[in-house]
Design a binder for this molecule. Structure first.
Ligand code: G3H
Length: 247
């Protein structure tokens, strides 16, 4: 089954009106591979501004959303609010949310369940720390994280999984294409064993962690790498080359 390449740009807590307008101009004037789906993860406060400037064929993602539609949750935003202002995706379970904000596997899975029920598409992040990798626990950790999602997600058609080894995020230490492929292949097998062969064949698995224009093409050649979740380089013009990595 062919899976459409999907590249997310996660701006994290970066950008202002001026720089967002510049990025939007770059993306609007570039020839982007029509066979690649592109999603921009923008800080919540700039989502509507970015939506008005970005090419309409690009998806727009919140970088987090809470597990209920509304209520007394100061500082939070809901999937319904994201949809209301024109976002169609949300990134959940990013390692920064897990490590800095203490989000558990269970909370992240509840968020994913609610976001999907509200009609958002979800980039569901997973990944091991350096300590876990060095202890030989990579497969165990990503399986545990997938298991938590699987307890709440019953329909995977609006889900993309982003495998992001924490040790590769923002460090310049990309996983080698073989290292990434090994985990992606493990995840594909895990999906086949624990969800279904259909989901295993159709679910897109992105790689994230120091992806740049220089390494994207080699990573994109791997059979189980279906796109990228890009942090730092998504703020730069080289993001266009990453989007076009399969060309
Ligand atoms: O969500 C994106 C990842 O955290 C990767 O970030 P990075 O490309 O800056 O390493």
């Amino acid at each position: 089954m062919s899976r459409k390449f999907c590249v997310g740009g996660n701006w994290k807590m970066n950008g202002d009106q001026k720089s967002i307008a510049e990025i939007a101009k770059t993306l609007s004037s570039a020839a982007l591979d029509p066979n690649t789906e592109v999603v921009i993860g923008c800080p919540a406060i700039y989502l509507m501004y970015a939506r008005n400037l970005l090419p309409c064929e690009l998806g727009l993602a919140g970088q987090n959303a809470y597990k209920v539609a509304k209520g007394a949750f100061t500082g939070e935003i809901s999937p319904a609010m994201l949809k209301d202002i024109g976002a169609d995706w949300v990134i959940l379970g990013h390692s920064e949310r897990r490590a800095i904000f203490g989000e558990s596997d269970a909370l992240i899975a509840e968020k994913a369940e609610h976001a999907l029920a509200e009609g958002l598409k979800v980039i569901a992040c997973i990944g091991e720390t350096l300590e876990e990798r060095e202890a030989g626990k990579t497969n165990e950790v990503v399986a545990r994280q997938m298991c938590a999602y699987a307890q709440k997600i019953k329909d995977w058609k609006n889900v993309v999984v982003a495998y992001e080894p924490v040790w590769a995020i923002g460090t310049g230490k990309t996983a080698t294409p073989d290292q990434a492929q090994e985990v992606h292949a493990f995840l594909r097998q895990w999906l086949s064993d624990n969800i279904s062969k259909e989901v295993s064949a159709s679910l897109r698995i992105q790689y994230g962690g120091s992806v740049t224009a220089a390494n994207a093409k080699e990573l994109a050649k791997k059979p189980d790498i279906d796109g990228f979740l890009v942090g730092g380089a998504s703020l730069k013009p080289e993001f266009v080359d990453i989007i076009n990595a399969r060309q």
